[in-house]
Design a protein around this ligand. Structure first.
Ligand code: SF4
Length: 391
């Protein structure tokens, strides 16, 4: 097992060579061609899952796209709508050819001729330079995502690529069946494509050198991603690494928000005995999401949650009731709890009212954040209700 490597360098995905293709090929070797069946088998053997948060198996998406009707398209999502996430931009700067290898390998496997790259404001120059060196007969098109929390959701990304406002919409069919303009669309996060890039160059052995038999490979974590710029880090960690190797024990003694603003609060001390493992975290009722890790340190997790709720309520597309009315009401009721008023039942009621009722996952993620706090930090919440803050 490889331990933590920090600051944009890493043992696998962040071991890149920047935008120089020659250097990249010397390190990773030539890009192999695979049929859809072969690539599906490779992804399934490693249980490669999407790294954008949903964790959907890439093999299932690939298979569905390959079986779909019409010319498929590939969409690489580097938009990172969440302000605390920086892993995709780090990947674009450090190993742009690795994620492009994954995009090219999957495009060839399913018969796509076009690759769309959806970025945030940063890392674009490195990615453009890398694309300029590629010789594959594929069309690469860049799109700049809006500066909005929900802009990175897959349905919103497809709207942007289709030339419409970069906002989530209700979709009735998975994009693998009917995505961009009704075509089979392989949309996944940049990190997912980078792992596919390793599979298509160095091969599965390179992934299997890291991690555990059940969860091979590594994962990218954005640590302190919404703190002062000097404190932000992106680290690459082998699956199975103890959290104590990622964060100092003193930081694990306080609640940690895992999975970002739509994530779950880990109770103080809970991560001491857990590994960096999506399976193990799920067993503990926690989610790693897109790898955002926000220790609370000396800050009150209740006040922090109130700030995040205010932010999330301001970030919806305001197109449906749960977002238009529900999230502001939830944020407001939670503020009252923070200020010592007995509104916990109303908070629970409102979280239940928005959950599962939106056109996208924004209300669900927001409800999850609140509920996880109530479970992880009951004493701190009670303290507020009783008119005393723990800090
Ligand atoms: S649930 Fe909210 S963010 Fe999602 S589509 Fe509806 S209005 Fe937009």
């Amino acid at each position: 097992m490889t331990s933590v490597v920090t600051l944009g360098r890493g043992p696998l995905l962040l071991a890149g060579s920047g935008p120089e293709l020659g250097e990249h090929r010397r390190r990773w070797g030539p890009l192999a061609r695979f049929s859809a069946t072969e690539l599906v088998a490779r992804c399934r053997a490693l249980d490669l899952r999407g790294r954008g948060g949903a964790g959907f198996p890439l093999a299932d998406k690939l298979g569905a796209v390959a079986r779909g009707r019409g010319r498929p398209v590939v969409v690489v999502n580097l938009s990172e709508g969440e302000p605390a996430s920086h892993k995709d931009v780090t990947l674009a700067r450090t190993s742009p050819h690795l994620l492009l290898d994954g995009a090219v390998a999957t495009a060839r496997a399913v018969g796509a001729r076009q690759v769309h790259l959806v970025t945030g404001p940063q890392g674009v120059a490195e990615l453009e330079q890398a694309v300029g060196q590629r010789e594959e007969r594929l069309r690469f098109t860049f799109h700049r995502a809006a500066d909005l929390f929900v802009a990175g959701q897959s349905a919103a990304v497809l709207e942007l690529v289709a030339g419409r406002p970069n906002l989530p919409v209700t979709t009735w069919q998975p994009s693998a069946h009917s995505g961009l303009r009704g075509r089979p669309t392989l949309l996944s996060n940049a990190e997912t494509f980078a792992v596919a890039g390793v599979l298509a160059t160095a091969g599965p052995e390179a992934v299997l050198r890291h991690g555990t038999p059940l969860e091979p490979g590594t994962t990218l974590l954005s640590l302190d991603g919404d703190g002062p710029p000097a404190t932000r880090q992106v680290v690459e960690v082998a699956h199975g690494t103890r959290w104590g190797a990622v964060l100092p024990p003193s930081r694990l003694d306080a609640p940690v928000l895992l999975g970002g603003y739509h994530g779950t609060w880990a109770p103080a001390g809970a991560l001491h005995d857990l590994p960096v493992s999506r399976r193990a975290l799920a067993g503990a009722g926690l989610t790693l999401g897109a790898g955002v890790v926000l220790p609370s340190d000396g800050r009150c997790a209740v006040r922090r949650t109130a700030e995040l709720l205010d932010y999330l309520a301001s970030q919806s597309a305001r197109r449906s009731g749960p977002c238009l009315n529900g999230l502001p009401a939830l944020a407001s009721a939670f503020r009252e709890v923070v200020d010592g008023r007995p509104r916990l039942d109303e908070v629970r009621r409102l979280a239940g009212r928005v959950d599962g009722r939106g056109a996208c996952a924004h209300p669900d993620g927001t409800a999850r954040l609140v509920r996880s706090l109530l479970v992880a930090c009951p004493d701190a919440v009670d303290g507020h209700v009783e008119g005393r803050c723990c800090r």
